[in-house]
Ligand binder design. Structure first.
Ligand SMILES: Cc1cc2nc3c(=O)[nH]c(=O)nc-3n(C[C@H](O)[C@H](O)[C@H](O)COP(=O)(O)OP(=O)(O)OC[C@H]3O[C@@H](n4cnc5c(N)ncnc54)[C@H](O)[C@@H]3O)c2cc1C
Length: 459
């Protein structure tokens, strides 16, 4: 019996299994632009169907690559060998919004923005806000422990996951967590799956914490002549006990790329931008915004503020227009998402600037300054072997500098297969061995998303 026939015999329909070359091409890639070649792409609609797929895969030793929207930036859902892509996008129901316990129960294929909008209608907020929220799925967010601009105040996806239903690689179905505010019974398996990048189990149902939506928000765009002054300002806000809900920063390369397209004019001296947002009850918001304006009065070359949604959106354009705008600098980019302790931001940016000079490649830095997560974009032409070699060298040196400064290889995009070779830079052989034993306990035959996170055997 073919694999497709086995799947149909175990309860999937013909329409839930794609095997045309066009479909397999579509489901072989993610946002890294890598492309693998699966045998089949399968679209289960129930947990029982996911379990049936895994039982067959386990019996036949067929690799399975779980997939949400394929917006991952580290190759997590790319099928690196023959096998099945398991797309969870057909499981897209918001099952419950529990207004008494402030929780939601969702299937993994729910789009993040759709959940945010659904709970907002009840005056609630689901805080995690990856920039990909209009298309990425909650399942993918949980598997990557996705973060976003609001992480500085509200934390990342993992901080809101209270329980999971998971199909294990052998097809068993388990439940973790519950709706209790306090719950410490046994190992915290929920958070072992959070950020496990689809290597330990397939997440089929998610219990999420919600919070009351803030009544007011104010946005400030602050332009600085010096990057150090901007970094210092973030530290001083925190020292003054102001935790903005967002503190995004853009470096001078980013400013050069977007300057002409902005709906407001920026002084020529502006070399670093901070987009700061405070939220909460109206009194707190106006007090905190006033305190920030006072703090930066003598430091900024421009301060713009906005309270209503349309004006705030104009200020956000500086940040939102960035990714397409930097494509003008070079045809390709190597995009990494290092994170360092907040206090190490100036040091790491100075090191990156030096690496940029040494490799003669522009390196554009922007990101979530409030939580130390920086998107580092090495700009190059991959058709030029000289630039490719220098780009790879730049990435190695950036990772080494990051770890030296107490940072991590990824603040939010995960390791996947793009950073697996660098994993031993961050973790000792003993730590990696423990992680590999965890993987083996869940997936003894290594069929679930093989080739991710751990360094290739010969590296
Ligand atoms: C323009 C853009 C902006 C982005 N901005 C951000 C950002 O601000 N913050 C951020 O954190 N990320 C960001 N990302 C990266 C990406 O959107 C996130 O990693 C997101 O969480 C991936 O979700 P997805 O549904 O696309 O998952 P996929 O890319 O399909 O999969 C990601 C990983 O999750 C696993 N997986 C997916 N679903 C399941 C499941 N149900 N069970 C088990 N494993 C599963 C996959 O195997 C894979 O390892 C951005 C990406 C783009 C393209």
């Amino acid at each position: 019996m073919t694999l497709k026939q086995q799947l149909i015999t175990s309860g999937l329909t013909d329409g839930q299994i794609l095997d045309s070359p066009e479909a397999l091409l579509c489901y072989g890639y993610d946002a890294t632009r890598q492309c693998g070649q699966p045998q089949l792409a399968v679209f289960p609609e129930t947990t029982a169907q996911v379990a049936a797929v895994m039982k067959i895969a386990d019996r036949e030793s067929i690799p399975v690559f779980p997939r949400g929207a394929g917006s991952g930036m580290s190759g997590g859902s790319v099928p690196v060998s023959k096998g099945m892509v398991l797309s969870l996008t057909s499981m897209k129901n918001i099952i419950e919004i529990d207004l008494d316990n402030l929780m939601a129960v969702v299937e993994p294929g729910v789009i993040t923005l759709e959940l945010q909008e659904a709970v907002m209608r009840h005056g609630l907020m689901y805080p995690p806000d990856p920039a990909s929220l209009a298309f990425s799925t909650i399942g993918g967010n949980v598997a990557e422990n996705a973060g976003g601009p609001r992480a500085v105040k509200y934390g990342v996806t993992g901080n809101y996951v209270r329980g999971l239903e998971v199909v294990l690689p052998n097809g068993d179905i388990i439940n973790t967590g519950n709706k209790c505010v306090k719950s410490v019974s046994g190992y915290d398996l929920t958070h072992l799956f959070v950020g496990s990048e689809g290597t330990l189990g397939v997440i089929t149902r998610i219990l999420l914490q919600l919070v009351p939506a803030p009544a007011a928000t104010e946005t400030l765009l602050l332009a600085f002549a010096e990057m150090e002054t901007a970094a210092q300002t973030i530290t001083e806000m925190v020292r003054n006990r102001i935790i903005p809900s967002t503190t995004e920063f853009l470096d001078h390369h980013s400013i050069a790329a977007i300057r002409d397209a902005l709906p407001f004019s920026l002084p020529t001296e502006a070399r670093t931008l901070l987009l700061v947002e405070v939220d909460g009850d109206p009194d707190t918001v106006s007090r905190e915004a006033a305190a920030i304006r006072q703090l930066v009065a003598s430091r900024c070359v421009l301060v713009l503020t906005a309270t209503d949604k349309a004006d705030r959106e104009l200020l956000w354009q500086a940040r939102r227009s960035l990714s397409p705008a930097i494509a003008k600098i070079a045809p390709h980019k190597i995009n990494e998402d290092i994170a360092v302790p907040r206090s190490a931001i100036p040091a790491v940016l100075n090191r990156i600037e030096a690496i940029s000079r040494a490799t003669a490649l522009p390196i554009v830095c922007f990101g979530h300054a409030g939580d130390g997560n920086i998107h580092v974009n090495v700009m190059l032409d991959k058709n030029n072997p000289h630039q490719t070699a220098h780009g790879e060298q730049a990435v190695r040196e950036i990772f080494a500098a990051t770890i030296e400064l107490g940072g991590t290889l990824s603040g939010e995009h995960g390791i996947g297969n793009t950073k697996s070779a660098f994993f031993p830079l961050e973790w000792s052989p003993e730590t990696i061995a423990v992680m590999q034993r965890v993987k083996k306990a869940f997936d003894p035959h290594n069929i679930l998303n093989p080739g991710k996170i751990f360094p290739p055997a010969n590296s």
